[in-house]
Write a new protein. Structure first.
Length: 557
């Protein structure tokens, strides 16, 4: 049997825009609570959320924003972000998500590359002044005609709504199509500048809907969303999964804080909690973890990077999240392609990323030949269906390199599919270690190291070796109060994993270099290792294989 699966479903895709879908939710659940932002003291019902998006949509029209114009938003998690997400969708602008961690070069690139006309921004985030950085880059962004600082100019912007009657917004909404581009998300690159994955109403609305369906969301669910809105995890798995099912979005604060997240779950009686594995690890490691009442939790999502089995088991037991699911995907696929079910067998829920999503195809292919591999064999995971992006904004070369002639999105992830259709992510093609001709998958070693009683977290990378090409290096975060040694870690491995997989080098650390979404940056770890250990002339990234070029596509201009 070949490693190909198709997510058949009796539930049809939603053939409507985000605004049309929200209108239906408001008509049914208007008096139910839709949005809680604890840091700002905001509580909105669905009726109130609808009214807020109506006012902002009309205000944006008054500014002169036309369908297809790009509006940037540069802010941590705030209620204005949610209102902007739905307002832009209702009046046809393309929302450009800007990473809160960006500095001037990255900000300028995103604004110029997207051609943003308007930028909504927070005054700043943590120790960074967004206003000062915008002043630096604005002369180099000729298409940026207006900026609005949320802390100072939000009310003045909303006041401009009076210039546009409601029937003008209704006319604008009626002209929109669900295949229109609605969102540009810049994917974090390891080299060069990010690429702008361009997503439609159809892409992200349906993905959010089927995520919520897998989690069995109802209007009684209250979802704690500590992950950032600028990323699909926050705005699709979070916001759209909620609004398509009448559930409540609960936002702890501007950025992730483990104590604040658990305080929010307790105070708001949340039924669902989101996070990348490192977030759950941080919550479980709190000294006063046992004092929080998490008994209302039943489900949630762990995604963004591979989940350690032992961490998943503790989330299910200590956090009462018996129906927690694992999601796998990427920004370019809206993002989720596979998800575990709330009633999957325990071993499947802790050791795989679930099965293919409804209306999506997945296959695993040989990285060099492109041939589909037999079940159980490792290869590159590819996905096809409604969820695949329209393309990279104004970048045909990058689009052709990612989506082949048959419409398959090549993820760059190494995976297997078992006989029951469950997918497991082995690692990234670029992260695979080749030691003396042996292919080594870091995930396998990481999972083993988690079983050591003194290891709280472990990440494995390849480092240069004159003899073998590469050697295995482990970065380990010790459990609080423990003092593991290099010799002890290596002795723990001997006789239990193959000798060529045993780390040649071990580094004890307090944490890892991460993106703002909590994804671990292994390429940064390799750079640090090269610098600290004095290697010279080593290519940090091996040349990758060339994907088959796509000959023609229906991407937007």
């Amino acid at each position: 049997m070949l490693s190909y699966v198709h997510g058949t479903s009796a539930t049809p895709l939603l053939g409507e825009t985000i605004g049309e879908n929200l209108r239906r939710t408001v008509a049914t659940y208007g008096d139910r609570e839709a949005l809680v932002v604890r840091a700002q003291g905001i509580r909105l019902t669905y009726n109130e959320l609808w009214d807020a998006t109506t006012i902002l949509a009309r205000a944006l029209m008054a500014v002169g924003i036309a369908p297809g114009d790009r509006i940037g938003i540069w802010s941590p998690n705030r209620f204005e972000w949610v209102v902007t997400q739905f307002a832009t969708a209702r009046m046809g602008a393309i929302l450009v998500n800007i990473n809160p961690a960006y500095k001037t070069a990255e900000l300028e690139y995103a604004l110029r590359q997207s051609g943003a006309r308007l930028l909504l921004l927070a005054r700043g985030f943590r120790a960074t002044s967004y206003v000062e950085m915008v002043d630096v880059v604005r002369p180099n962004c000729p298409e940026l005609t207006e900026t609005v600082v949320l802390d100072d100019g939000w009310d003045a912007l909303l006041a401009r709504a009076a210039q546009v009657p409601e029937d003008a917004l209704a006319t604008r909404e009626a002209a929109l199509q669900f295949d229109d581009p609605i969102n540009i998300q810049y994917t974090s690159g390891t080299t060069g500048f990010p690429k702008g994955a361009t997503l439609s109403h159809h892409n992200i609305l349906n993905n959010g809907f089927f995520i919520g369906q897998a989690l069995r969301y109802t209007p009684d669910d209250r979802v704690c969303i500590p992950v950032p809105f600028y990323h699909c995890f926050g705005m699709v798995l979070g916001n759209l999964a909620c609004t398509t099912h009448g559930a409540c979005m609960v936002i702890p604060g501007e950025a992730f804080d483990p104590t604040l997240a658990l305080e929010t779950v307790q105070a708001e009686r949340c039924t669902s909690l989101y996070g990348v594995p490192s977030m759950f690890i941080a919550e479980l490691a709190l000294p006063d973890f046992v004092t929080f009442d998490l008994s209302t939790l039943r489900t949630g999502i762990m995604a963004g990077s591979p989940c350690p089995v032992e961490v998943m088991k503790r989330v299910q037991s200590a956090m009462h999240m018996t129906e927690v699911t694992i999601c796998y995907g990427m920004t370019e696929t809206s993002p989720v392609s596979t998800q575990s079910a709330v009633d999957d067998p325990l071993d499947k829920r802790v050791s795989t990323v679930g099965r293919v999503h409804p209306h999506v195809e997945v296959k695993v292919v040989h990285p060099e030949t492109g041939a589909i591999v037999p079940r159980g064999e490792t290869g590159e995971l590819c996905t096809r269906g409604y969820s695949v992006m329209l393309g990279y904004w104004n970048d045909e070369v990058a689009t052709d390199g990612a989506i082949d002639v048959a419409g398959w999105m090549h993820t760059g992830d190494l995976a297997t599919i078992d006989d029951d259709g469950y997918a497991s992510i082995v690692g990234r093609i670029k992260d695979m270690i080749i030691r003396g001709g042996e292919n080594i998958y870091p995930r396998e070693i990481e999972e083993f190291l988690y079983s050591h009683p003194d290891v709280q977290d472990a990440q494995v990378i390849g480092v240069p070796s004159e003899r073998y090409g590469e050697e295995v290096m482990a970065w380990i975060v010790p459990r609080p109060g423990s003092q593991p040694t290099v010799e002890g870690i290596i002795a723990f491995c001997k006789g239990r994993i193959s000798s060529y997989k045993i780390p040649r080098f071990v580094k004890f650390v307090d944490g890892y270099p991460m993106t703002v979404t909590g994804k671990i940056q292994k390429f940064r770890m390799r750079e640090v290792a090269v610098g600290e250990m004095g290697w010279r002339g080593w290519r940090l990234r091996r040349p990758g294989y060339e994907k088959r070029r796509r000959v023609g596509s229906n991407r937007h201009e």
